[in-house]
Design a protein around this ligand. Structure first.
Ligand code: ZN
Length: 547
């Protein structure tokens, strides 16, 4: 269509203030930025260049927003009105005061120190806060881009709201009683305050002190990066270790620069196995916020978007959490203005308060339960090894390798958020017979509880059975066996089934794409067999029982 590109660009500028089209992200990585719309046809290069020049000129100040020293709180009391930005000192005082005033339900943790020595803090808010209870973990974190300020104050205010409402507000009490809630209002304090500017956020910057964009700094599934912290920013390393230790069931990362809920994936156009659930919770967040202000969150599909369809990024936190940690995380872009004027913080609290609470409630629904081993103490343990095992919870026909969840090795509880429907659930652990629960009914806004008891495999288990890198289920199997590598494996795969004496019986050559491989077993008699899977990089060998 020869529609004038100038008109297109100005229409887009009008709908989405330009600087805010690219919150936290690199501008032209892959794909069109607007769903279903190519806005950069080659023959309009000159017009595009002119448009971009105009955009960048406009974006410099106008789109970043503008604040001055008058937006800073004069003292702690003013900071606690949540209508001004706190100084760094006031921030520390607020966090300490929250914990000191509510010792039964609030604890302050320092999970790291930034490049310039500022504290990376998180509040834990939960009943019996000093204990490690078997509760789903929930995590809100904000302002990893140091100049995206709204979420910083919103999360401080949310913490105060939860602490003050506990015991009197039924919804708050329910959340605090049933979840381990963690809140990190400021993930990049050096970016927000900068060198020698502890008293003001006016000169805040997106990156950390060393110029690193923290939302490009996490291991990336697309680049097949290992899940390790080597070579990453200090702030990233601390955040990775913290999240790995906590194993949150659900989390959200607050940004500004646009007004939209962004759900996985960011690094690929493939849909997440739980795309329908992600759309459901994102829709709920945006709808509730738009009920307060219909002009709010109107980007893309009325305030929600698949990350890659907006634009592809690599090394983002959201995909790291989803892919490497088995968690569920969305990115909440909460304000077009990164430097939101302080006197608008109240307005943004009102728009988001309901949605922030609803999203937390989603962490209490889905399939949840407990996995125990029959016999001694009920723990899933592997013979000859000290620690308890975690069990893998798989939804056959639905899960991919990066959507399965695991039970806690300590207490056996698991939390599988999922859209309503009827699902089969397979629970498996190395050295134990897997269990399949068929026809589990899940209703939105409800939790469905499963009690699972696994029995040890009754035949001798060789050392080759302990393969952390691959999941085999069900075992024993009758019709089909499913194989799912837990590492990043792509490309051709050869699967062979051998007798226990090593005589080959079946051979399959296929292509692994992240989904479980199904191996039909009907040609085999009942008995114990060896499965070998070769991916070119790795050779896996496992035993299974056909019956
Ligand atoms: Zn951002």
């Amino acid at each position: 269509m020869r529609l004038s590109l100038t008109v297109q660009i100005s229409a887009i500028v009008k709908r989405f203030p330009v600087g805010s089209m690219f919150p936290g992200r690199t501008i032209f990585q892959g794909g069109s930025m607007l769903p279903g719309r190519k806005i950069f046809p080659g023959r309009h290069i000159l017009l595009v260049a002119a448009g971009l020049w105009l955009c960048s000129a406009l974006s410099a100040q106008w789109l970043r927003g503008e604040i001055d020293e008058g937006d800073m709180a004069q003292d702690l009391a003013e900071a606690l009105t949540f209508r001004k930005y706190p100084t760094y000192e006031q921030y520390l005082q607020m966090m300490q005061q929250f914990a000191a005033d509510h010792p039964g339900i609030c604890r302050l943790d320092t999970f790291g120190v930034s490049v310039q020595g500022r504290l990376l803090l998180a509040l834990k808010i939960s009943d019996r806060v000093g204990e490690d209870e078997p509760e789903a973990g929930f995590f809100y974190t904000s302002t990893m881009h140091g100049d995206e300020l709204a979420g910083y104050v919103l999360l401080l205010r949310l913490a105060a709201y939860l602490l003050e409402g506990y015991g009197s507000d039924g919804e708050v009490t329910g959340l605090v009683d049933s979840l381990a809630i963690w809140i990190n209002p400021l993930a990049n304090p050096d970016g927000t305050y900068g060198p020698g500017h502890d008293t003001s956020v006016v000169n805040s910057t997106r990156e950390n002190t060393n110029g690193i964009n923290l939302n490009r700094d996490f291991p990336d599934p697309d680049q097949h990066e290992p899940n390790d912290t080597a070579g990453r920013a200090v702030e990233t390393r601390h955040m990775m270790r913290f999240m790995e230790a906590q194993k949150f069931t659900l989390s959200a990362n607050l940004h500004s620069g646009a007004e939209v809920v962004n759900y996985p994936w960011d690094h690929t156009f493939d849909l997440h196995a739980d795309d329908s659930w992600y759309r459901f919770v994102s829709r709920e967040y945006a709808d509730e916020a738009r009920a307060v202000d219909p002009g709010y969150m109107n980007l893309f599909e009325d305030g929600i978007t698949n990350g890659a369809r907006w634009y592809v990024i690599y090394g983002g936190r959201q995909d790291y959490v989803n892919y490497y940690l088995g968690g569920r995380e969305v990115t909440l872009e909460l304000a077009n203005d990164k430097l939101l004027e302080a006197d608008r913080l109240e307005e943004f609290w009102e728009k988001n308060q309901r949605s922030l609470l609803n999203y937390m409630s989603q962490c209490t629904y889905g399939i949840r339960g407990r996995v125990r081993g029959s016999g001694e103490g009920g723990q899933i343990r592997k013979s000859g090894e000290e620690g308890p095992l975690r069990a893998c919870i798989t939804i056959p026909g639905h899960d991919s390798a990066w959507s399965v969840v695991y039970s806690s090795p300590d207490h056996g509880y698991f939390y599988r958020l999922i859209k309503e429907g009827t699902w089969d659930v397979v629970v498996s652990a190395d050295g134990w017979l897997s269990d399949t629960v068929r026809g589990v009914e899940v209703t939105d806004y409800r939790a469905t509880w499963l009690d699972i008891t696994l029995d040890p495999i009754p035949y001798p288990v060789g050392p080759e059975q302990s393969l952390p890198g691959v999941l085999l289920y069900p075992n024993p199997a009758s019709r089909s066996l499913f194989v799912l590598p837990r590492q990043t494996e792509n490309g051709p795969v050869e699967v062979r089934i051998l007798t226990m004496e090593g005589r080959p019986l079946l051979r399959h050559t296929t292509h692994f794409s992240g989904h479980p491989l199904e191996i039909p077993l009907h040609p085999l008699p009942d008995g114990i067999f060896i499965l070998q899977m070769s991916t070119g990089k790795t050779l896996y060998t496992m035993k299974f029982l056909k019956h």
